[in-house]
Write a protein that binds this ligand. Structure first.
Ligand code: NAP
Length: 350
């Protein structure tokens, strides 16, 4: 069976997902496309030689009988209305992060999905699909380094757009660590603090860069994440888990080791798209495959909600220079504990 997908938003990640759905993945085709800028959507249809129909807006696309599932890649503030409309139409929806721009918005989606009675929403958190993070999780789950005590992580970008703000270091950047570290440790956050070291002269005013985010989990693990978005030298994701009996590090992306001109060197990636290109393929393939077998198993609306609550606390911590407690409600049984499912590609340790 081929799944007919409609894509809302044909910007950077929208074009990338359309390309992978049509050229790389199996079991789906893009039959409908829209964007607030219809000329842009038409250009993408032409450039990618799609046979997809153009729709005047996201709501018309969701309502179309041609569309069986929806991919939302428009800008963040529009996600909630499209996800709610897809749920109301009973259609599965893959929504890029953020699920909604507020925790209340995520909660509205959770409530609508639970009222519908079946999971329809997958959030575009791709890190748990990255081979390196999965190897790291397999080591943690095998207890080879004993109980995790601390995590040292870094999220570094060479540079960011002129409109990037101090809060976006949390909502756009750290949000991936918030999701993946909770998954990795099978834990949740109980407090957040943000510390600002000396400001880099490379950052545009008034951006505070770098930042160190300190998170504490319910099991007592202490996490520090350096977010440094003007580091210049590359796109660099680091994660080291310190356990009672050893240390496990996220593997570096594979790269040729070069010996030349009296130097041993390996290249560092500059673009986030290259770093997680395979993970994006696996997460979207999982969405398509899960729908073929009947049940979504990837990052859920609940995971989107937990990330939003945690991100809110981190932004508050930035503004108040204080340790902000995080109180997360218990996971409803509707969003069964993620380890429960044997077939779950999101949690499978391979
Ligand atoms: P982008 O290049 O700005 O693309 C967004 C597109 O959506 C633009 O073409 C925009 O049109 C359009 N749009 C805006 N409002 C819309 C609406 N109400 N209905 C339909 N289309 C609308 O941004 P992007 O980098 O692709 O990011 C899109 C989303 O994906 C963001 O939420 C971002 O956080 C997320 N993202 C996730 C990852 C990840 O690693 N998982 C990576 C990149 C992006 P205009 O330009 O005319 O406004």
């Amino acid at each position: 069976m081929t799944l007919n997908i409609g894509v809302i938003g044909t910007g950077a990640i929208g074009q990338d997902h359309i390309r992978r759905l049509t050229q790389t993945l199996r079991g789906s085709r893009v039959v409908a496309v829209t964007d607030i800028n219809l000329e842009q959507a038409a250009k993408v249809v032409a450039e990618q030689r799609l046979t997809a129909e153009l729709y005047p807006d996201g709501h018309a696309l969701i309502a179309s009988s041609q569309v069986q599932a929806v991919v939302v890649t428009s800008w963040g503030p529009s996600h909630e209305e499209y996800v709610l409309a897809a749920i109301a139409a009973g259609k599965p929806v893959f929504c890029e992060k953020p699920l909604a721009v507020s925790a209340q918005g995520c909660q509205r989606i959770v409530e609508a999905e639970m009222a519908h009675g079946r999971r329809l929403v997958q959030v575009g958190f791709m890190r748990p699909y990255d081979a390196g993070y999965r190897q790291l999780k397999a080591i943690l789950d095998s207890h080879r380094i004993g109980t995790p005590l601390m995590v040292h992580a870094a999220h570094r970008n060479p540079t960011v757009a002129a409109n990037y703000t101090t809060a976006m270091a949390i909502t756009d950047t750290l949000i991936h660590e918030i999701n993946v570290l909770a998954w990795l440790l099978d834990d949740q956050y109980v407090s957040a603090q943000v510390v600002f070291p000396r400001r880099t002269s490379q950052a545009r005013e008034p951006l505070r860069d770098p930042q160190i985010v300190l998170l504490e989990t319910a099991k007592g693990v202490r996490i520090d994440v350096e977010v440094f978005v003007n580091c210049r030298y590359g796109y660099d994701i680091q994660c080291e888990v310190v356990g009672e009996e050893g240390i496990a590090r996220l593997p570096e992306p594979s790269a040729v080791q070069l010996r030349s001109e009296a130097r041993r060197s390996t290249e560092i990636l500059m673009d986030w798209k290259d770093r997680f290109i395979a993970a994006y393929d696996v997460e979207l393939q999982a969405f398509v495959d899960d729908l073929a077998t009947g049940a979504l198993s990837g990052p859920s609306a609940w995971d989107g909600y937990l990330a939003a609550v945690t991100a809110d606390a981190c932004v508050q911590a930035q503004q108040q220079a204080a340790v902000i407690p995080i109180s997360l409600p218990e996971r409803p049984s509707f969003y069964a504990p993620i380890q429960a499912s044997k077939k779950n590609i999101y949690t499978k340790n391979d």
